[in-house]
Write a protein that binds this ligand. Structure first.
Ligand SMILES: O=C(O)COP(=O)(O)O
Ligand SMILES: [Mg+2]
Length: 230
């Protein structure tokens, strides 16, 4: 059985369902820019590559002319203003997360969050959801010069935790997580309930698809009958 000394966790779509707040902020931005609101499930497919990417995708829907950098900057400023107000208000921790993180902590596994969400929103969200205390480090979308699917934030988290990437596993919800982990030389589990930019998680190249974080924790710590073997 493979043993891991560190577990890295994605945030949006893995630990927390943040779509209701992201959608409210996105639609508030669109309204101010004279655009009609978008359905929540459409906005969900725009999440995964950070706030600026979400804004670009959300503005591309309904803007006739090609987007100018000025429009993107205006949209990003409005999005941030609104997201600061609503961040954490409708977001909810997924079932199994607190139990799973508790299992991992009790097993002595070091944990860090690695998210593409900017730091100015990540820390307040973790705080609002009561999850901050589980993590030794939090690597955000603007912590390093590259974001997932680049391996840099994962390698940075391993360095902060003082573990070899080969002894770490990432749990995420999207191709950005799967590709980053693969490039970092790290194992990866995917949860099926998050946002994979509208794609089927079954097609991801991962070491396992786990129904929830408590199931992942049981497999990682070897406390389940069906332990993860390699
Ligand atoms: O902010 C995003 O676009 C996605 O964030 P995540 O990396 O926590 O899924
Ligand atoms: Mg995610």
């Amino acid at each position: 059985m493979m043993t891991y000394t560190a577990v890295l966790l994605d945030l949006d779509g893995t630990l927390v369902n943040s779509i209701p707040d992201l959608a409210d902020a996105t639609n508030a931005m669109r309204t101010e820019m004279g655009l009609p609101p978008l359905p929540l499930d459409v906005i969900a497919t725009y999440v995964g590559k950070g706030a600026e990417n979400l804004v670009r995708r959300a503005l591309s829907s309904g803007f006739e002319a090609p987007l100018t950098e000025e429009t993107v900057a205006q949209g990003l400023a409005l999005f941030k203003q609104h997201y600061h107000v609503v961040n954490g208000t409708k977001s909810a921790v997924y079932e199994g997360v607190v139990d799973g993180l508790t299992q991992l902590r009790d097993a002595g596994v070091a944990m860090a969050v690695v998210t593409n969400k900017p730091a100015e929103f990540t820390h307040p969200l973790l705080q609002a959801c009561g999850l901050s205390g589980f993590f030794e480090h939090v690597v955000c979308g603007d912590t390093c010069t590259e974001k997932k699917p680049h391996p840099m934030p994962l390698l940075h988290a391993c360095k902060l935790l003082d573990v070899d990437p080969g002894q770490a596993i990432l749990i995420g919800d999207s191709a950005n997580d799967a590709l980053a982990a693969q490039a970092a030389g790290m194992s990866v589990f995917a949860v099926p309930y998050g946002y994979n930019e509208g794609q089927d998680v079954q097609n991801l190249k991962v070491d396992g698809i786990v129904a929830s974080i408590d199931v992942a924790a049981a497999r990682i710590t070897g406390s389940a009958a069906n332990v993860f073997t390699e």
